[in-house]
Design a protein around this ligand. Structure first.
Ligand code: AKB
Length: 316
């Protein structure tokens, strides 16, 4: 029987992942932890505890005491915020990962999911249809920490048998919990502003194409990767995961189909340079071949659901 720990259960990914995992593995077998309080649904639907992943002894005790077999470690400082506090962000991102790798080695929680990102690529990487294996010279704090993390994950797999699994997430779009401090966050903010104000000022320029994915697709594929037989996985650093690619202008045009009076303006800030260093689209054929990555949301379907659900949420 699997006993699962989700670290970062109050964040954008964690708050949806916990609910999906509880449906599959049973409420009492999925432990949610964070340094912040979660949604009521998570708090009352199964075990939740405040836990700081940076406290190694506590983490290890938690794993042993609760007989945890799998960990999803989602704790991270995202790209935009990391540029404001570079050394702190590096410390937090790396220590959170190293603690879970070490704890996995020292306990029965041998299966570990850790999210990487399209941020591992840099300005010298081929920008279109970026291959799984290619030049990687990230020039952001977040990207450097994600690339270093991938290397450590693979190292712990080869050296200590930790069953490390990872995907390079594109920008994730969801309506349940808002992201914070990322470069792709505009693609969520835009829906809130479209509904509240009928306009949005984008911090990325109109023609900045980035890979994105609707959260349902991201969660389903993350769990799918974790459920795949170990011998099918040829990549133990991190898998490219593509989804859909679009620019702020294309997303605004899609929103306009539902809200004709919607307007967008552009005022690029420091996040423009980050976005310019990332791929515009990604080749995820290796993930498709190894473990059957599949997505169902295109920009039309995603926009419709985002507008409907964000509106319901704002009204409530
Ligand atoms: C960010 O924008 O920092 C994240 C990411 C692409 O990893 N959403």
């Amino acid at each position: 029987m699997e006993r699962i720990l989700v670290i970062g259960s109050s964040g954008q990914i964690g708050s949806e992942l916990v609910l999906e995992l509880r449906k599959i593995y049973g409420n009492n077998n999925v432990f949610a932890t964070d340094i912040k309080n979660p949604t009521d649904e998570i708090k009352h639907g199964g075990p939740f505890q405040i836990l700081d992943v940076l406290d190694y002894q506590n983490l290890l005790h938690f794993l042993v005491r609760n007989k945890i077999t799998q960990v999803y470690n989602l704790a991270a400082v995202l790209s935009g915020n990391a540029e404001k506090i570079p050394l702190q962000a590096w410390d937090i991102n790396m220590k959170a990962l190293m603690n879970t790798l070490m704890a996995a080695r020292q306990s029965d929680a041998k299966k570990l999911f850790w999210p990487s990102s399209i941020a591992v690529f840099g300005p010298t990487t081929p920008r279109h249809n970026t291959p799984q294996l290619t030049v990687m010279e990230p020039n952001t704090v977040y990207g450097i920490s994600k690339l270093a993390g991938e290397r450590w994950g693979e190292y712990f797999f080869n050296r200590y048998g930790v069953d490390f699994r990872s995907v390079r997430y594109p920008g994730l779009i969801s309506y349940k919990t808002e992201p914070g401090g990322g470069t792709t966050d505009y693609a969520v903010e835009i829906f809130y502003e479209a509904i509240k104000k009928g306009s949005y000022e984008s911090f990325l320029s109109e023609d900045t194409a980035l890979p994105m994915m609707f959260m349902d697709d991201a969660i389903k594929n993350t769990i799918k990767l974790m459920q795949t037989d170990a011998d099918k996985l040829s990549i133990r650093s991190s898998y490219n995961m593509a989804g859909i690619s679009f620019t702020p202008e294309e997303l605004a045009a899609e929103i306009k189909k539902h809200i004709p009076e919607f307007t967008i303006s552009y005022k690029p800030d420091f996040r423009q340079a980050i976005a310019d260093s990332w791929p515009a689209s990604i080749d995820d054929s290796v993930a498709k071949k190894d473990w059957g990555l599949e997505t169902i949301y295109d920009i039309q379907k995603m926009t419709k659901v985002m507008l409907e659900e964000t509106e319901k949420k704002l009204k409530a």
